[in-house]
Design a protein around this ligand. Structure first.
Ligand code: IPE
Ligand code: IPE
Ligand code: MG
Length: 227
């Protein structure tokens, strides 16, 4: 029996380098990256196995970037959610988020809420955008909540409290852009994920490459500690 890629999570890295290599401003890479999100989401929604596609779009550490780049990313996200509503509807994709969006503008929060509501009945694919997301922060918050309620901390109680665990464990975790690290992404849910690092920069990533990675994943031996 080969592995099923039910939940794929992607660290979309390399936008800035893609642009810099072409003598463009970094934000041009983010623009192109957003187009790849659309292409990949459409592809995943038509894939027979993929149920959840979690995409790392903005980390709790990304606020350290120059204000101009952060502002651009917020505008890009807002426009993306507005302009791509049809893509979600046409492909029957449910839109979800993880991370603390409380720090975003109210206009952006409204846009996020609108698209979630508009797509909540769809079931071909759930696309989860990780926005102001940090895994350590999320785990600490879950532990704090259990303590405040006087509940015991066990693997199950903590795991169930973690906001993003409602989408289940990650089967296949991909990082584009050549770095081989997790950068605080889904640490709990990736305990037994298969990891795949590709040098391809995110704006150059294609459904064909995803297919190749899934084929590789199918042949990996997942043992989960057994033999
Ligand atoms: C990933 O691309 C997108 C975000 C983190 C928002 P980067 O912007 O990190 O691109 P590089 O790593 O600098 O090339
Ligand atoms: C990880 O990329 C975050 C996202 C893709 C949103 P970074 O570019 O921020 O990660 P580091 O700083 O290289 O670890
Ligand atoms: Mg990067």
């Amino acid at each position: 029996m080969s592995n099923i890629a039910r939940h794929i999570a992607i660290i979309m890295d390399g936008n800035g380098r893609w642009a810099t290599e072409r003598g463009l401003r970094r934000v041009k890479g983010h623009e192109r990256g957003a187009e790849v999100v659309r292409t990949l989401t459409t592809y995943a929604s038509n894939h027979p196995e993929i149920e959840v596609l979690t995409l790392y779009a903005f980390s709790t550490e990304n606020w350290k970037r120059p204000k101009m780049e952060v502002d651009f990313l917020m505008r890009l996200l807002n426009n993306y959610l507005k302009n791509e509503t049809e893509t979600y509807i046409r492909n029957e994709v449910r839109f979800e988020t993880i991370g603390d969006i409380g720090r975003f503008s109210s206009a952006l929060r409204n846009e996020i809420a609108r698209l979630k509501e508009r797509t909540r009945h769809f079931g071909k694919l759930t696309q989860v955008l990780a926005l102001n997301y940090g895994s350590q922060d999320e785990i600490a918050r879950a532990a704090k909540e259990l303590c405040q309620k006087g509940e015991e901390i066990t693997t199950d109680s903590l795991g169930n409290r973690i906001e993003s665990s409602r989408f289940g464990n990650v089967d296949l975790l991909i990082r584009t852009g050549g770095e081989q690290r997790l950068s605080n992404f889904l640490l709990w849910q990736s305990a037994y994920a298969e990891l795949f690092f590709t040098p391809t920069l995110w704006p150059d990533f294609t459904p064909d490459e995803l297919d190749t990675i899934i084929e590789d994943f199918k042949n990996r031996q997942r043992r989960f500690g057994g033999i």
